[in-house]
Design a protein around this ligand. Structure first.
Ligand SMILES: [Fe+2]
Length: 193
């Protein structure tokens, strides 16, 4: 039907089967975790990602948008030592899987009550180090940061909704500020392999 990568197509088919069977988005995302683990653990997918372009400058590669269930498949390609911002993904659920290189995912909690305009006091609560095959589920509004490792790294992201134009929050843990704005630019990208 299309020239879509068979590896990507079978991943999409698995995700669509989950969404077709489960009306609750959160439960869909929990059930999709294993499919993401399988996808990012597949050496053929890892090999296919070696020449994917960098997403420096707040970009995401956009591999797929589901026309019926509205989940999306994104990828990010980080330069070595990439320093990530502290942010949330608004109402979207996110599965974040490391495909190549290493990354760490920092989790934060918010200590203030959110009533003071422009102010947020956030504190790091945990860091998980991801090697290829590691997948984290980030719930709506969860505050976190993805940090690059010593080499180029690639991650696959499944989101319950497309971001980009959605307003998300960015936090400065040192300055204790919160800024709202659109998310990463979505760059259509066709996976080969
Ligand atoms: Fe994120």
């Amino acid at each position: 039907m299309t020239g879509r990568s068979p590896l990507l197509q079978s991943f999409i088919d698995e995700l669509r089967a989950i969404w077709a069977a489960e009306p609750d988005t959160g439960r869909c995302m929990e059930r999709a975790r294993l499919a993401v683990v399988d996808f990012v653990s597949d050496p053929r997918v890892q090999a296919a990602s070696v020449d994917w372009p960098s997403t420096e400058g707040r970009k995401n590669l956009l591999l797929y948008v589901d026309p019926d269930y509205h989940f999306v498949i994104n990828a990010v390609v980080r330069v070595p030592g990439r320093k990530g911002n502290v942010h949330d993904h608004a109402h979207a659920w996110v599965l974040y899987g490391v495909l190549a290189g290493t990354e760490s995912l920092e989790r934060y909690e918010r200590l203030d009550d959110g009533t003071r305009e422009g102010y947020a006091d956030v504190r790091m609560t945990s860091v998980s180090h991801g090697t290829p095959g590691a997948v984290d589920l980030v719930k709506p509004w969860d505050i976190h940061a993805e940090q690059g490792g010593p080499t180029r790294s690639v991650a696959i992201i499944v989101r319950s909704a497309k971001l980009g134009e959605v307003i998300q929050n960015r936090y400065d843990p040192v300055g204790k500020t919160i800024l709202s704005g659109p998310g990463p630019a979505q760059i259509p990208f066709e996976m080969r392999g």
